[in-house]
Ligand binder design. Structure first.
Ligand code: GLY
Length: 620
């Protein structure tokens, strides 16, 4: 059976048992602050379980897009190393909301696995919670599983919880013995050692959760008014089992991606092909999360996506892929999964654009970062040390954009460790510097020792809309390492704000010149940040000149964001809103929210409207 047929047969089976088939919820839920990503099929039904919402149907089934990369359910560290964990996967599930309970859940599962899909019973094992005599008894009574194959485990394996809080309950899992299917097969005299034994031979296929509690914030378990069933089966795993494959990556879910990676890189996939696996896995997580409205960024959900993208990009380098390539793989997902998940078809172009621009931006620093990493490694080898220092890991992070987990992964490949505590310390020190900088005004008034006051009077008066070069005075100045920070009485320098980058330029006085590299607002102060050439300034008088061409280009791009915003709204509708923007002298980026791909004709129309306004040369 093809993967698509297996998915269909699951849904058809539960339809025949009175279940309503519902669509997958978004993988990037916007309305549940306890979750970065949807990590289980039951997430969208959480409020029904805890009695806050009435179900429309008491029996439902679906395939749910899940991402497990953070929090209680995090599979990231296994991805690529083994062949059956994924960051993104589909979870097939059936639910009973206060309708059937353990008996039917067990009967349905056994019937589907052994009668419809005809999995060999001698390869199946089930587990129940250590005190769940009822479930253990039902398995033996209702099915023809051999009684010794019903095993008991404790909370770690057989009490399922959504997260730190939320619906939960004892569960019963069905495991499959891949036996000699897998080349990594381990030999166990007694399957009890293999099931739940963290090995590649016995894999968990399906989890039947008997939801009856809510885990409260204070850790207490509150019994729910009704009892529910929540099941989750890893689609990619069951497909591998049914298709008789060693690895999920050998099923037709992944082969089109793996083949494309092999084609692009010219390197065939083999069992050792961790790079192919990681890339194939991560592009799925990226594609589906972007389709559902998430965007790579520097925090929260967005940073998880950035980490995934950067890992995939680095594995691409292992395969000799120098140019952006991940975005090219998204069209394969559109072809192979678009019928089940139409959102990736609707937003296909947007998804590939977001990925491409992320790849381009990481590409700027990736190669230099890899060189630095190689130097760090050879230094360690010389000193026979086995740990990358926290400062080095932080430098890779801060200067070259290497997420800590990427550095850890690369270290692991060399049998090295990373000093994570040292990294955290370096990060905290940087935050502290940023905090101190943020309290700049207070630092000046409260601790004048740190600052040289070269003159007195009002400060930071912005006159940069009228003049771009003026004679003015330094009020206060401070030197830290090789940077100087200074405030002026009047300044033509625009401080970064509203996504518009701060001005650069020159501040010069008797015997010195400061190359201003950035201008930032800190409290009521406009702080010029730059490098000093010459003597440390002792006299206040200076000439301050903004890099005019740069400022004008930036200002033009800033104005264009407003024109673009208006044209987007006029063309696509009033719902379009700004999700972020970046304005620099040579480019602008404008993030918008819109429910589907912007068609090429619409883009042309938008572009036309913006150009029309520009050509009017209106006063701003
Ligand atoms: N909610 C069942 C599972 O995620 O395994």
């Amino acid at each position: 059976m093809k993967a698509s047929e297996i998915r269909r047969s699951f849904l058809d089976f539960f339809k025949s048992k009175g279940h309503t088939i519902v669509p997958s919820a978004s993988v990037a839920p916007l309305d549940d602050p306890t979750l970065l990503f949807t990590n289980a099929g039951m997430n969208q039904f959480k409020n029904i379980f805890i009695g806050l919402e009435e179900p429309k149907n008491r029996r439902v089934a679906d395939t749910q897009k899940c991402i497990r990369v953070s929090g209680k359910h995090n599979d990231l560290e296994d991805v690529g190393f083994d062949t059956f964990h994924h960051t993104f996967f589909e979870m097939l599930g059936n639910w009973s909301f206060g309708d059937y309970y353990k008996k039917e859940a067990i009967e349905f599962a056994w019937e589907l696995l052994t009668e419809v899909w005809k999995l060999p019973k001698e390869r199946l094992f089930v587990t129940v919670f250590r005190t769940d005599d009822e479930a253990a008894g039902l398995w033996i009574e209702l099915t023809d599983i051999a009684p010794e194959r019903v095993m008991r485990f404790d909370e770690k394996d057989n009490f399922w919880e959504m997260g730190a809080t939320g619906p939960c309950g004892p569960c019963s899992e069905i495991h499959f013995d891949t036996g000699d299917l897998t080349s990594q097969a381990q030999v166990f005299d007694d399957p009890v050692e293999g099931v739940n034994g963290e090995n590649a031979r016995f894999i968990e296929l399906w989890n039947l959760v008997f939801i009856k509690y809510n885990r409260e914030k204070n850790g207490a378990l509150t019994p729910l008014k009704e009892k529910h069933v929540d099941t989750g089966m890893g689609f990619e795993r069951v497909v591998a089992v049914i298709q008789n494959k060693n690895s999920n990556y050998d099923t037709d879910i992944f082969t089109p991606l793996i083949d494309a990676i092999a084609r692009l890189s010219g390197i065939a996939y083999s069992e050792n092909g961790m790079a192919h696996r990681v890339i194939a896995d991560h592009v799925r997580a990226l594609t589906f999360s972007i389709a559902d409205g998430a965007i790579p960024s520097n925090e929260g959900r967005g940073y998880v996506m950035r980490r995934l993208l950067r890992r995939a990009a680095r594995f691409g380098r292992n395969l000799g892929l120098q140019e952006p390539f991940i975005y090219k793989l998204t069209s394969i997902l559109v072809e192979t999964m678009g019928d089940v998940f139409p959102e990736i078809v609707e937003r296909a172009q947007y998804i590939s654009q977001v990925i491409k621009s992320e790849e381009e931006s990481f590409n700027h620093t990736l190669d230099r970062g890899l060189d630095v990493f190689a130097k760090i490694i050879s230094k360690l080898e010389e000193s026979a040390s086995t740990e990358i220092s926290g400062e080095d890991a932080f430098r890779l992070y801060d200067t070259f954009g290497f997420p800590l987990d990427l550095t850890e992964l690369m270290a692991k490949e060399k049998n090295l460790k990373v000093d994570v505590a040292g990294f955290d310390k370096a990060m905290e020190q940087q935050r502290e510097r940023a905090r101190r900088a943020g309290k700049f005004a207070i630092a000046i008034t409260q601790d004048p020792e740190e600052w040289d006051a070269l003159s007195a009077g009002h400060h930071s008066h912005f006159i940069g809309y009228e003049s771009l070069a003026i004679d003015t005075e330094i009020r206060r100045i401070r030197q830290e390492k090789d940077m100087v920070y200074l405030t002026l009485s009047e300044t033509p320098f625009y401080a970064e704000s509203g996504g518009q980058t701060g001005d650069r330029g020159i501040i010069e006085g008797l015997g010195f010149q400061i190359d201003v590299m950035d201008t930032q607002k800190m409290g009521s102060h406009i702080v010029h940040i730059g490098r000093l050439a010459g003597e440390f300034p002792r006299k206040a008088k200076v000439k301050a000149s903004v890099d005019v061409a740069r400022r004008l280009s930036t200002a033009r791009n800033h104005t264009t964001t407003h024109l673009l915003h208006k044209a987007l709204r006029d063309t696509l509708g009033r719902h379009v809103s700004q999700a972020g923007s970046l304005v620099e002298p040579d480019r602008l980026r404008f993030d918008v929210t819109h429910f589907q791909k912007i068609e090429p004709e619409q883009l042309e129309e938008i572009e036309g409207k913006v150009n029309e306004q520009i050509q009017k040369n209106l006063p701003v």
